[in-house]
Design a binder for this molecule. Structure first.
Ligand code: NDP
Length: 245
């Protein structure tokens, strides 16, 4: 686990978009970024969850966030273009993009793969991120120093039986991060990934229903890595896949 302590104003005046900000790790990261001074754009599927995070940020007196309701499953290229335009119009630039939202899909033997379900997982976990990153790159380039962070997984580095669609999507995520990082090398935009490791969230409980959640790290415990990659202290880091645990 990274020993890093963010300065109180690390993300002051930064504009940071977090996908899947309504629950789990995304929710915690959004609130932590706001605590460190960022204006966070909360993107997710379930508006009620996003509103709860919005209210929590406001009640704590952190910078007023924004909400973008978007279902990554059905979103079109035009949706992402419109989103980029809205962000540029409202804030002028984007300093951080945390690709956190993901779908676990169905775990099971490869032979039983439901191709429709595989397509859906790839759509949410890979195509949506490619589309969003492509649309937002010009807005990220308007920042003095921008950070794009993808979310990987242990099964995105070494395949594991029965993790089919999800593992395939996380390998693709690592690949996308590396390609983009290589293209951005030496520019104002850096691109990295985080493997959170086993964490106490709804997704983990879904994947391991018999596990005692209390035996797992909480999203709060991962935040040193999440804040490090978003703030200026990681300016020299590009193309890395870091373990949060
Ligand atoms: P959660 O299931 O708690 O949160 C996932 C988030 O993604 C939710 O906010 C969800 O929104 C959002 N999301 C899912 N589908 C869509 C969609 N179609 N459109 C928009 N948003 C969507 O998961 P975690 O917090 O555990 O996971 C966060 C990231 O960490 C993921 O990328 C996951 O793969 C990764 N990870 C997690 C590990 C763990 O042990 N928890 C281990 C390794 C990696 P909504 O609630 O509205 O559906």
């Amino acid at each position: 686990m990274l020993e890093y302590q963010a300065q109180e104003n690390l993300l002051k005046e930064k504009i940071i978009l977090v996908t899947g900000a309504g629950s789990g790790i995304g929710r915690t990261a959004a609130i932590e970024y706001a605590r460190l001074g960022a204006t966070v754009i909360l993107l997710g599927k379930t508006v009620k969850k996003l509103e709860a995070v919005y209210d929590e940020i406001e009640s704590k007196g952190y910078p007023q966030p924004a909400i973008i309701p978007l279902d990554l499953k059905g979103a079109t290229e035009q949706n992402y273009k419109d989103m980029a335009e809205t962000i540029e119009g409202q804030f002028g630039h984007l300093d951080g993009l945390l690709h956190n939202a993901s779908l676990l899909g169905v775990l099971g033997p490869f032979e039983h793969t439901d191709i429709q379900s595989l397509t859906e997982v790839l759509q949410v976990n890979v195509i949506a991120q490619a589309n969003m990153t492509k649309a937002l790159l010009p807005v990220l380039r308007k920042s003095a120093s921008a950070s794009v962070v993808f979310t990987s997984s242990g099964v995105g580095r070494k395949g594991r039986a029965y993790w089919g669609a999800y593992a395939i999507s996380k390998f693709a995520t690592e690949g996308m991060m590396q390609v983009l990082a290589d293209e951005c090398d030496g520019s104002k935009v850096r691109v990295n990934a985080i493997n959170p490791g086993a964490t106490r969230t709804p997704m983990r409980a879904n994947a391991y229903p018999a596990e005692d959640p209390m035996s797992l790290k909480t999203p709060e415990e991962l935040m040193p890595t999440y804040t490090y990659l978003m703030g200026e202290d990681s300016q020299a880091i590009n193309g890395q896949s870091l373990n949060a645990q």
